[in-house]
Design a protein around this ligand. Structure first.
Ligand code: SAM
Length: 278
């Protein structure tokens, strides 16, 4: 798929890309080849593609994988893809919202994600004990925060959540002119693979939800010290049980120093959420 192919298909469909659905279609063969190479797909792989668009990635995925599930919210594009790939029996096009459906079992996600809902998609697909690999094109500023490497000042709920479950292993910048229409943000390709030895706290759905809520609660206070950050976040949820004294006592018993929040590493956040969960 190159610029001319995309132009031709969109003209044939009389289709205007929709901004609110993040419809920026890949027009660079080199980038498509790069994504497929990094995905390292074999006949053993069952792939989930979120937002196949007009099929730039879908075609090479079908050629290499055992099975491809492609979830596209836009009915016009879904219909176009169903016709385009009707001769292939290893693809299922699902015309629905990725955030609203039960997703069929898969071991890799290969996608140029709709940028406006990157956070909720990451959370749904990867923040769990049995996560797939991900080869994703996402906003570069979000990708940068995956690779914290000791600089915890820039962390966010998404980067902490992601690093709790996944190891980010690869990041490449993608030029904006690899898409039509040209997006207003910089993009990057990342590969993330599931962590092997997950903390006990992250092994069941109920405690994962507590952990994610806990992170969301303290994240607004990352420039405060730990006691104050915890106190303020419990205050927001109207949990008056936790006075500053109680929090300090618990932390001292568990050998936690009272440093600024951004000094703590991922494992410490998981440990903290375990302590307050119990
Ligand atoms: N994969 C194509 C490509 O690389 O050329 C298109 C990628 S485009 C950045 C994102 C795609 O996600 C669009 O086709 C859009 O319609 C679709 N999309 C947006 N929101 C979605 C949602 N909630 N569920 C499923 N697909 C969605």
């Amino acid at each position: 798929m190159n610029y001319k192919d995309v132009e031709l298909i969109l003209n044939q469909l009389d289709f205007k890309p929709k901004k609110h659905l993040g419809q920026n279609f890949l027009t660079s063969r080199n980038i498509i080849d790069k994504i497929i190479k990094v995905s390292d797909i074999s006949r053993e792989d069952t792939i989930l593609e979120v937002g196949p668009g007009i099929g730039a990635l879908t075609k090479p995925l079908i050629e290499k994988a055992k099975k491809v599930y492609a979830v596209e919210i836009d009915p016009i594009l879904s219909e176009y893809l169903s016709e385009k790939f009707s001769v292939h029996d290893n693809i299922e096009i699902i015309n629905d919202d990725i955030l609203r459906i039960d997703i069929p079992s898969h071991n890799k996600v290969v996608s140029n994600l709709p940028y406006k809902i990157t956070g909720p998609i990451l959370e749904k697909l990867f923040f769990k004990a049995t996560a797939p690999q991900g080869i994703l094109t996402i906003e570069k500023s979000i990708a940068n925060r995956f690779f914290l490497s000791g600089n915890y000042k820039d962390f966010s709920r998404i980067s902490i959540g992601l690093n709790a479950f996944m190891n980010p292993v690869v990041k490449y910048s993608i030029p904006r002119n690899s898409f039509y229409p040209i997006p207003k943000i910089d993009l990057a390709l990342v590969k993330i693979i599931p962590k092997e030895n997950l903390n006990q706290m992250l092994l069941n759905e109920e405690s994962v939800q507590y952990f994610l809520g806990f992170i969301a609660g303290i994240m607004p206070y990352k420039n405060k010290n730990l006691v104050n950050a915890l106190y303020l976040s419990f205050k927001v949820t109207r949990d008056s049980y936790y006075t500053k004294e109680k929090i300090l006592n618990i932390l001292q018993k568990e050998n936690f120093e009272n440093k600024k929040l951004f000094n703590y590493e991922i494992e410490k956040f998981i440990e903290l959420s375990r302590i307050f969960h119990s």
